[in-house]
Design a protein around this ligand. Sequence first.
Ligand SMILES: C[S@@+](CC[C@H](N)C(=O)[O-])C[C@H]1O[C@@H](n2cnc3c(N)ncnc32)[C@H](O)[C@@H]1O
Length: 257
Amino acid sequence: MNEIQKKPIYSKLAEIYDHIMSDVDYAYWAEYIDDLLHQHHPEPTAITELSCGTASLTLELSKLGDYDLQACDASPDMVLVGSKKLDTLAQPIPCFEASFDNLLAIREQDALISVFDSVNYLLQPGEIEHFFHEAAKCLTVNGLLIFDFSTPKNSIEAVQHLNEIEGDYHHIRYYRTSSFDPKHNIHTNSFEIIDRSRTAQQAWIEVHKQRAYELVQIKKLLDKSPLKALAFYDAFSFNEARSTSTRITVVARCQKP
Ligand SMILES: C[S@@+](CC[C@H](N)C(=O)[O-])C[C@H]1O[C@@H](n2cnc3c(N)ncnc32)[C@H](O)[C@@H]1O
């Protein structure tokens, strides 16, 4: 086998992402987001999913409401897979590259959505602060930013289940390892991906680092931002998040005049 080549996050993984996430119920998740949108906005129409990955949530949202949707992600390879999915719809939905740190291509939205711990990829609190400012520029008055994040408790509880997983998808074999550094709250997932279709097997590795945030940290960052926090929900519920929550969904409103 050739030596293992290091790849950027969500490049090689894009090919098998939907397989790895096959037990995630995006239809259920979309219903939850749909409920949140209607709970907190009188008429949510223009919606952008940020960090959309392969656009599974956007696809499900398109079945629910009369939304004017678009989707974007920082990874060109994820966008490629997402675009293929959204292009096949009777009314195709745009899917394009955009990163949390530069949302210039997105304006006049009633809501921005980001799910599945994507914001945890922002490793420095300052990057989250910058993201909130970027998000505010994309929103109309009273527009919503809805995002979730995972906490250190989630990493502590999940790290063992996520460690040393292996599987096959068509000609690809993958190994996942997972570790958590509780001192710095950094969760590392490594994916080794081996393509067995070639005569000389080829292998790649992606090392994903995410920072687990405490509820109180995100609250403080929102307080400093142009967004007003409306709600912090525990996972997929309408119950108020607590310091013991593992995934927290945040709803914040843009308050510019
Ligand atoms: C766990 S996946 C979630 C994808 C999708 N939301 C889902 O539910 O399947 C995290 C996603 O965040 C994206 N991402 C990571 N850092 C990002 C950034 N700085 N800006 C935008 N997207 C980012 C990755 O490319 C990846 O698609």
